[in-house]
Design a protein around this ligand. Structure first.
Ligand code: ZN
Length: 294
């Protein structure tokens, strides 16, 4: 079986009120990169944040953490496209375009969600939605424009799927030869009132794996927005899937509000129990068909 790729979703837009270990300054992100690689990670996914933790989208807001990650690790880098926090269509990939010809700043992977979904959080206890108008919109013209650019720039899209129609659109992009094999799919699960994705259950995961594009080489990983990934983590690892986890997605009170590196060690131990080896960043590049860093 393939070695296990561990991608770490280090911060998203999580604040520190729940888990104080969320990194967001470039220095913190650089230190985090070293710590998670030492623990067993091979990809880092980050969101650029201002000094007060709010979303930041200036070029330097992305460049500074990328430099810090490169200086401290060999991790593959997957920066966010900012989704609903960043306006415009091609504007969402302006930082990727700006960095594409810089050997340090060019990211290996960029997350792309091939579909649209409602992402309001439902407060089960009070039986009301916390917000009511949040829609994550990715129309096909946007997806085609983005994947055309990523193909031209030699950047691999991580296809984040929130439900089965996303997988079907991703397969169409592969049929259009806009996304190369192996496809790298991220199966998004949602708990804690995040209703826009599959539940983090055996059935939720199974529905995804049943709908992987036929006759296509693909690698897939699982993550869980606003909830604990561990209920499906072992099953994903045993089936040859990969893991995308982090305190950006969920604070993990069950584990005493751990650091990202502690979460990675938990996953490495889980993989060990069934004899699955963990990929180094170099091995992970090989699995995903990404050229080694020169
Ligand atoms: Zn993200």
């Amino acid at each position: 079986m393939n070695k296990l790729i561990i991608e770490v979703r280090i911060n998203e837009y999580a604040m520190r009120d729940e888990n104080p270990n969320v990194p967001w300054t470039p220095e913190e992100i650089g230190r985090e990169a070293r710590a998670i690689q030492d623990a067993g990670a091979s990809i880092v996914h980050f969101h650029a944040r201002a000094a007060d933790g709010s979303p930041a989208h200036g070029l330097e807001d992305y460049a500074a953490p990328i430099r810090a990650i490169r200086a401290n690790s060999d991790l593959m880098i997957n920066p966010t496209l900012g989704q609903i926090t960043k306006g415009g269509k091609l504007e969402r990939i302006s930082h990727i375009e700006a960095f594409a010809h810089d050997p340090i700043l060019k990211p290996e992977i960029v997350g792309l969600d091939p579909g649209s979904t409602n992402i309001d959080i439902f407060d089960q206890q009070n039986r009301r939605f916390v917000t009511e108008g949040k829609v994550y919109v990715n129309a096909h013209d946007t997806l085609i424009a983005f994947t055309e650019r990523f193909r031209a720039l030699g950047i691999k899209p991580a296809l984040a799927c929130w439900s089965i129609p996303f997988l079907r659109s991703a397969a169409a992009l592969m049929d259009m030869e806009l996304v190369a094999e192996p496809g790298y799919f991220l199966f998004v699960h949602g708990e804690g009132g995040q209703l826009g994705a599959h539940p983090a259950t055996a059935e939720g995961l199974r529905a995804y794996t049943d709908h992987l594009p036929k006759n296509r080489q693909s690698e897939w990983a699982v993550c869980c927005k606003s909830g604990n990934l561990f209920p499906i983590a072992l099953s994903a690892i045993a089936q040859g899937g990969h893991i995308a986890i982090g305190i950006g997605d969920y604070a993990y009170p069950e584990l005493g509000y751990p650091t990202n590196a502690q979460l990675v060690r938990e996953i490495v131990n889980l993989a060990k129990t069934i004899g699955r080896e963990v990929a180094t960043p170099t091995e992970a590049r090989g699995i995903l068909g990404i050229r080694p860093k020169s």
